[in-house]
Unconditional design. Structure first.
Length: 284
């Protein structure tokens, strides 16, 4: 039962942070260290797999909330007399694929090495603070220069640049959401369009990462029944929480600056430095 309770806590953390520019992976690493849900208490293969797979719950929330948009892109997949090339679903999904390529090229061959070197509290802390400073600079420099207010108007060049920025999120603590939104600002997207493009870009990224983890760890043959129940609990909780958070996040972005999240990251980073220095949590 304790494992299931910890899984629910991590699921809540994932659901809240997956689409906020604060790094869900970084938060799960820190939360896991604080509550004893990491490789020092349970099988590292299981906790590593768990933290990736429950992200599918949050991704499912995107699919549910943007179902009408997804169906619309499929119904209008090819250009026609009433659907111009710039508005067809084929162009939209090609852009998502294009934007997914850089992270796949780097992430697939180097995933194990990245996990080995960076999936610890200290690297996460550094990334939280560095990413926060970058967010403040980027928002002040680029946010008000937006020319693209709809994700349907994103072009291939903009998509590939956003995809390159997504690679920064391979360092836990940087945040996939923050990295892609900053990249989108730089190429001229409005904040809401940047966030929505980031949501859709998460679908192939997280499905790919989760699929690799499931295959790597052969989950259904290596996990005990209680581990599978805990995995299901974390998945469901992350889905439900993300449903609420996504709507709230979009509403927030329409009125408030992103630097609010940057300030949170800096404060959290300072707290983590203190916790690491006092050995309340280990740095590795």
């Amino acid at each position: 039962m304790l494992l299931i309770l910890k899984a629910i806590i991590i699921g809540i953390v994932e659901g809240i942070t997956e689409f906020l520019p604060v790094s869900s992976t970084g938060h799960m690493i820190i939360a896991g260290s604080l509550i004893g849900f990491d490789g020092t208490v349970y099988r590292k293969a299981y906790t590593d797999m768990f933290s990736v797979v429950i992200q599918l719950g949050a991704i499912l929330a995107v699919v549910v909330l943007y179902w009408d948009k997804i169906i619309s892109t499929l119904k209008n997949f090819f250009p026609s007399d009433r659907v111009p090339v710039k508005k067809c679903g084929l162009k939209f999904w090609i852009n998502i694929v294009i934007a997914s390529i850089p992270a796949a090229v780097i992430g697939i061959p180097f995933n194990d090495k990245i996990e080995e070197k960076l999936f610890y509290p200290l690297p996460v802390t550094i990334a939280l603070i560095v990413g926060a400073i970058w967010m403040i600079y980027a928002e002040n420099r680029y946010r008000n220069n937006s020319k693209v207010i709809s994700i349907d108007d994103v072009n291939a060049k903009q998509a590939i640049i956003i995809g390159v920025f997504q690679c920064l999120a391979l360092w836990p603590g940087m945040s996939r959401s923050a990295s892609t939104i900053i990249g989108a600002w730089i190429v001229g997207l409005s904040t809401v369009a940047a966030a929505e493009f980031s949501f859709f870009l998460a679908i192939p990224a997280m499905i790919g990462a989760s699929g690799m983890s499931l295959i790597k760890h052969n989950v259904f043959s290596t996990c005990s029944s209680i581990e599978l129940i805990a995995l299901a609990a974390g998945f469901i909780v992350s889905f439900v929480v993300a449903l609420v958070v996504i709507d709230k996040f979009i509403a927030f972005l329409k009125k408030k600056p992103m630097k609010v999240f940057a300030i949170y990251r800096i404060v959290l980073g300072i707290v983590l430095i203190i916790l690491i220095y006092t050995n309340i949590i280990t740095w590795h």
